[in-house]
Design a protein around this ligand. Sequence first.
Ligand code: NI
Length: 139
Amino acid sequence: MTEIAKVALAETAAGLDEFWSQRVVGQANGSLLKVAKGIGSTTWHTHEDQDEVLMVTKGTLVVQLRSGNVTLNAGELLVVPRGTEHCPRADDEVHLLVIGRDVTSNAAGGKPDWSYQRGERPGGGPGETAEVNEAGGAR
Ligand code: NI
């Protein structure tokens, strides 16, 4: 039986050790709900296997697309369709709720190398409130 409990998005994001890493905080209807925080930029990347919903809960995120930039402020979201190259960036710390079918793989997730310098993360599978390191394949 799954525990029914609310998720504090701000506190979860603030507690993340690494930028551009996703922590699974719930799942619904086959999608994972993931909290992340970002600063600076990811790398350009594409998710061939899933659409990616990016919702800003704090700060401002610029989603760079080959067709132009989309700026998201708190309370705004963007669906990045699968197969669409994108590169999120944030001048100041931004907090996100990311919704997608899976944790995006490292290769496809665009996570910059420097983010790893903040130390190892505990393991954990989707559906747990553990940070998921996609390095070994999250699922
Ligand atoms: Ni992405």
